[in-house]
Design a protein around this ligand. Sequence first.
Ligand code: TXA
Ligand code: MG
Length: 323
Amino acid sequence: MTEILPAGEALPRAVELLRAGEVVALPTETVYGLAGDATSGAAVARIFEAKGRPRFNPLIVHVASMAMAEDIAVFDPLSRKLAATFWPGPLTLVLPLRPGSVVHPLVTAGLDTVALRMPRGFASSLIAAFGRPLAAPSANSSGRVSATTAEAVVADLGDRIPLVVDGGATTVGLESAIVKVADGRIVLLRPGGVAADDIEAAAGMPLERGATGIQAPGMLSSHYAPGAAVRTDASGVSEGEALLAFGPLRIAGAERARAVLNLSPAGDLREAAANLFSHLHALDRSGAATIAVEPVPNSGLGEAINDRLARAAAPRDAPVVPE
Ligand code: TXA
Ligand code: MG
């Protein structure tokens, strides 16, 4: 049963659920978000599970202060100016991820950039009370439109999440604008709640467009490619390969592997999702030329895991495929 609480009363319960690694649907000024602890792989895996996303698209990290934001991402004068102008508010900045950041790699889908936003209202109070950043995509199941009322969230996701915080209809009503700031340039990745003209006026420079789509991670078939080659659905391990295992049983030749990490010894797909990007990175660092990956079942979160593995295994510089 989903609990529905008015925003004025929901804070303690929402904090309690987030501390327990649960997800909470909450109002922001743009659309309702499905929030979880951005530092917890298990919590972030639950977000993908509840949305039924067939892919691990990177999520926006929501913060309550500039101090929290600067702990997560590297700001330059331009991004700082945009944050000072539009935060809190409907602008998301894609910035270089700060090395050693507390944000879990599943949030960024293993990228070295992070999307950051400082929301208004209940979301901001909750982040401050929780004391950690919240990862939150829009609170709709995959392929549906974003929800702007608590009723729409309950109708769509109600049976899959423990709490929906009702803050009434959202004021902006469409998602945040997303810009990537790098090398003194600003690229509009998604038009949204702040008008492009207003961003240009604040930045004192034109926005680059056109790259929309191609820049969106998950669009490149070789998105998140480790340095090593990746061989999926492996039924054996060759000398010198690293092994990304799944479940309790080992494939033939596993003892020959240069390094072995298990996505989930118990065969739990949520645990596997939480470990996916960090394990790929770690095996890549082992120096093996190839990472052999044991078969992962395609049910539940397995579909998104297999999608990412297939992308990691795709020929490099492969053409863009539609989302
Ligand atoms: O208004 C909003 O932005 C809402 C509220 C809940 O904050 N959130 C939202 O999240 O719309 P979502 O997951 O539905 O869309 C996030 C978008 C995705 O298209 C994703 O590809 C992009 O942000 N994104 C996240 N991290 C990125 C990154 N490092 N580089 C480029 N794009 C990124
Ligand atoms: Mg969305």
